[in-house]
Every structure is written in C-alpha cells, then in structure tokens.
Design a protein around this ligand. Sequence first.
Ligand code: 5GP
Length: 184
Amino acid sequence: MSKPLIIVVSGPGGAGKGTLVDVLLERDTALWLSRSWTTRAQREGEPDDAYVFVSRDQFHRRIGDQGFLEWTEFLGNLYGSPIPDDDIGNDIVLEIELHGAKQVKEQHPEALLVFVMPPSRQEQERRLRERGDPYRHVMQRLKKAESEEREGTALADVVIVNDDLDRAVTELVLAIGVARRSRG
Ligand code: 5GP
C-alpha cells in the first residue's frame, strides 16, 4: 500500500477552508481529517469536537513529548496538529494556517499544499463577522490575510478561489486526484 497523501488546506481566516473541507470529506470518504489541538477558548455554538481544547500547560507538555507534526502561535493562541497514528491508512487532511503548512511541507515535500483565497476582502470580512468574533479579532485576521496571501500563493501547489463552493470543491478533488496518481 502506498504511503498516505498529506493534503494541507491553508488560507486566511474567512476564506471558507472549513466549509470547503466539510464538503470535500462528504465527497471523498477515503480522507481522514486531523483534529487539531488549540489553547483558544471554544466559541459560542462551536461544536465540542471542532478542536481538542486544552490549556497552555497541556499544549506545552505535548510539544515536549514531540507530539505535534507542526504547531504555531496564531494571534495569541497555540494551534497544533498531533502526529497521526501510523495505522490510519487513509489520506490525511490538515486544515491549518500558513506557518504550520510550511512546516509540514518542509518535512513532507510530497504533501499537497492547497491555498484557499476568499473571493474578496468584503466577503471575507462578512464571513469573519458572522462567526461572532470580537471586532478587534476580525480586523487582526483581515490584516494578517494580506501577508498570508502573498506568501501562500507563492508557496502553494494549488490556489483555489472560494467564490463558488461547488466549483472550488471540484478543483480540490481534481488536484487530489493528480497528486494521488503522481505519488510513488
Ligand atoms: P480559528 O481560531 O479561526 O479556529 O483558527 C485560526 C487559524 O488557525 C485558522 O487559519 C486555522 O486553519 C488555523 N489552525 C487550526 N488548527 C491548526 C493547527 O493545528 N495548526 C496550525 N498551524 N494552524 C491551525
């Protein structure tokens, strides 16, 4: 059996990565979504299994145990992808920000790095506000998006503009198909 393909879906907050990945997982049931750890507080209405919500102490202990494939600090909170078990068998999807995506790509150059762009700054702001984050956080995320987009579009194997969800998922499915066919 070939090694699982790692698919990294990155992009600025409000690009719609989460929705895109949800639909992708419905279309391709052979994919396994990694569940990240975070020290961020759970948002109101956010499902309990959106993350493993932990304290900074717990997070640091896991760093000490070399338990993360990648981790980063993003706007004051820690986020990390636990190292997947060896026996997963399925191709793996990581939905993470750019700094983490770069770490994965350095360790696994064969990973597929997909960068998702919002259709416009206006639509991105609307999506961010809809989540109920404080205005200050929305502004921080919009500001961060500028540099993330510059860097992300240069680094990515595939750039997808998430204006039409159906088309965006189809582009992602096609890119995964190509990556699967070209792996050793
Ligand atoms: P949010 O607080 O909006 O859930 O996530 C903030 C950012 O952190 C998003 O861009 C999200 O994709 C990213 N993120 C979520 N989990 C991880 C992770 O495990 N590692 C890294 N590097 N970024 C993550």
